[in-house]
Design a protein around this ligand. Structure first.
Ligand code: XUL
Length: 522
């Protein structure tokens, strides 16, 4: 059999891609949107409402229900799940799920009942702190102090203590929900939780995603005792040892065989983080290509030849699921900010694209700090600011505001990715916004670097399918990439040398204003 399934449990949706490796074709490409299709979870953008703007949690049962809905839908559209020979996938990074008991018996989920009803009683804490959460500033300080300082945590784990990372989030649960913490026997990331559902048994966290927890020793690939102790008591017992990303974590559980017609014995390969999976789905597992994913968050990432860390503490080093390391910088206000500005003017994506076409390079010096929610790079509380003409500042120049948000985001990506080293020779973009030619032009001109996109849009779900084909099907990366990862021949945006000067000036203004804002927040 030559069919492999990749899943991507991201912030706003769950997606599935099935590849047919004998024909080199994508045969299923389907998504469930949490906000519009599962309104009962009250999470229009995949996140539960909260009175505190720093607190961001999701309902893990929403992900469970989305899985059932997605598998049902694909089957109803005529695909036969018995064709699938291997499964892997990805989850949004950092989010954690708290279970009362580890899953040991693959047969415990009965196909006569819904999966949601069977998972609900297993949760020791009803919601999952997720990557948009920025409420753990105190916990980060405490962890740094207990572990010998931020620099030491950076050296061990590849990142200073970061609010959204799982370790600080676990510490907060321990401090604020001691009963729930005590009842928890196993903590999962979104990735290992999804894999555990599919196998019916607890899947370990993979080394790639584990690096986003502030708990892993990047050098040894083991949980670090100093960091575990600095985070919460008894934590080691609640985490299985991390595993290499190509590990087979089990086979498909009877529940899915009986309910959806999967073949018994189909291997499930460890799930990883969504950015890690995109690295694979973009065919960039070796150093050389700089990638930008324009999703709910925007991320800039690349495979690395060694674990170099960001001296400013914004960037991260994660495990590369194909071995070695990857760098990553995450900008929380990605699509989130683009959507907010569009909503403000009632613009759809067509009008958004036109606005960029109808406004000039560097926008007469206008800038829009798009921090609709607190930002992680740079670390800054929520607060939107506009700089430019009085009308612009008063939100009376819609087209200019659209261009300004995209230009400011691109300038920020350039400034905060410099530590990766070697200016990129080419940028490959993915994510919904990468279909917008105006955004591609701005990125090419700001970075003064050619910009390409890929033919298959959902790089993270594709990465899951490719990882399944490599690990379960024994197919070489090279073969998989040449069949499935093609640059779009119609998109090759060369930088305009004349834009260089305009953007150098705008970059100086951006740096000045951002430094002033950062100084205010100290
Ligand atoms: C990366 C990060 C986000 C999430 C969302 O560190 O927090 O990119 O993975 O998808």
């Amino acid at each position: 059999m030559a069919y492999f399934l990749g899943l991507d449990s991201s912030t706003q949706s769950l997606s599935a891609i099935v590849i047919d490796t004998s024909e080199g074709r994508v045969v299923v490409d389907e998504s469930v949107n949490f906000g519009s299709e599962l309104p009962a979870y009250d999470s229009p953008q995949g996140v539960l409402p909260s009175n505190d703007p720093r607190v961001r949690h999701s309902d893990p049962l929403m992900w469970v229900e989305a899985l059932e809905l997605l598998l049902t839908r694909v089957r109803e559209r005529g695909f036969n799940w018995s064709k699938v020979a291997g499964i892997s996938g990805a989850g949004q990074q950092h989010g954690s799920v708290y279970l009362k008991e580890p899953l040991r018996d693959a047969g415990r989920f009965k196909s006569s009942q819904s999966l949601v009803d069977q998972v609900r009683p297993l949760l020791s804490y009803p919601s999952s702190p997720m990557w948009m959460d920025s409420s753990t500033g105190e916990e980060c300080k405490e962890i740094a102090a207990a572990a010998g300082g931020r620099e030491r945590v950076l050296k061990i784990s590849g990142s200073i203590p970061i609010e959204r990372f799982t370790g600080p989030q676990i510490r907060k649960i321990w401090k604020t929900q001691p009963d729930a913490y005590r009842q928890t026997t196993e903590i999962h990331l979104v990735s290992s939780f999804m894999a555990s559902l599919l196998t019916g048994t607890s899947a370990a966290i993979d080394l790639g995603d584990a690096a986003g927890m502030n708990l892993l020793d990047l050098g040894t690939g083991r949980w670090n005792t100093t960091l575990l102790d600095a985070t919460a008591p008894g934590l080691a017992a609640k985490l299985q040892p991390p595993i290499a990303s190509h590990t087979r974590v089990g086979t498909i559980a009877p529940y899915f065989i009986e309910r959806f017609g999967f073949r018994p014995g189909v291997p499930v390969i460890a799930f990883t983080g969504d950015n890690h999976s995109s690295l694979v789905g973009m065919g960039a597992i070796s150093p050389g290509t700089r990638l930008i994913s324009l999703g709910t968050s925007d991320t800039v990432f690349a495979a690395m030849d060694g674990p170099r860390t960001d001296p400013n503490g914004y960037g991260h080093v994660f495990g590369n699921p194909a071995g070695g390391f990857m760098s990553l910088i995450c900008f929380t206000n990605g699509s989130l900010a683009r959507e907010e500005v569009s909503k403000r003017f009632g613009f759809d994506w067509g009008k958004f694209a036109a606005a960029i076409q109808e406004t000039p390079t560097a926008n007469g010096g206008r800038l829009l700090f798009p921090f609709f929610t607190s930002e992680t790079t740079p670390r800054i509380p929520a607060g939107v600011e506009l700089f430019g003409s009085p009308d612009f500042v008063a939100w009376k120049e819609p087209k200019e505001a659209i261009r300004a948000v995209v230009e400011t985001q691109a300038l920020s990506m350039r400034r905060f990715s410099e530590w990766i080293g070697h200016p990129p020779k080419q940028l490959v973009l993915t994510g919904g916004a990468a279909r917008n030619p105006g955004i591609l032009r701005i990125v090419a001109d700001v970075f003064q670097c050619p910009v390409r996109t890929l033919r298959v849009g959902n790089a993270s779900a594709l990465g899951g399918a490719l990882r399944a084909a490599q690990a379960a099907g024994g197919i070489a990366w090279k073969e998989l990439f040449s069949a499935f990862v093609a640059l779009d021949p119609d998109v090759n945006v060369q930088p305009d040398p004349q834009a260089r000067l305009a953007y150098e000036q705008l970059a100086r203004a951006f740096d000045e204003k951002l430094n002033a804002r950062l100084a205010r927040n100290v």
